[in-house]
Design a protein around this ligand. Sequence first.
Ligand SMILES: [Zn+2]
Ligand SMILES: [Zn+2]
Length: 167
Amino acid sequence: MRERRCNDCGGPVAPRHRFCEACAFQRFRRRRGPSSTWAQFQAEREASKQRGTTTERGYGARHRRERARWKRIVDAGEAFCARCHKPIVPGTKWHLDHGPDRNTYLGPSHASCNVAAANATRPRSVVAKPTPNPPAPVDDNGRVIRVPHADGGFTTPTGRWKWSMDW
Ligand SMILES: [Zn+2]
Ligand SMILES: [Zn+2]
């Protein structure tokens, strides 16, 4: 594993921390005022560590479950990328994609699309993302209607991934 460095001073840093203790404490004091103590700082750090591990555990289990569910759909060649809406070819790399709040799942997406989207939100481009997709059109049996596109292939313009519920 790559050794991490403090974001402030570049010094060595504990695993899963962005700042060394000294820099973290300085940040803490800047936030909480100059009278805040080392003990308060430690207590807060401990609390956030606890929070981190519980949500990670819950997140991990839920994510695995959700991914297993989607894997069946992807393997059947029935899945469409949540980002570009093109089919996901079974056997290719895909991710279970998150909404911006990281609490909801958008559905599967091409690994490349997912990474591109993550990179796009990183700097200042929170502003103009493509407009939200309309809900997927479904036929009388509730199956998603595939819309052929001029560039070859076909898409399902799924917005909030309504059809994931039907499957
Ligand atoms: Zn530091
Ligand atoms: Zn895609």
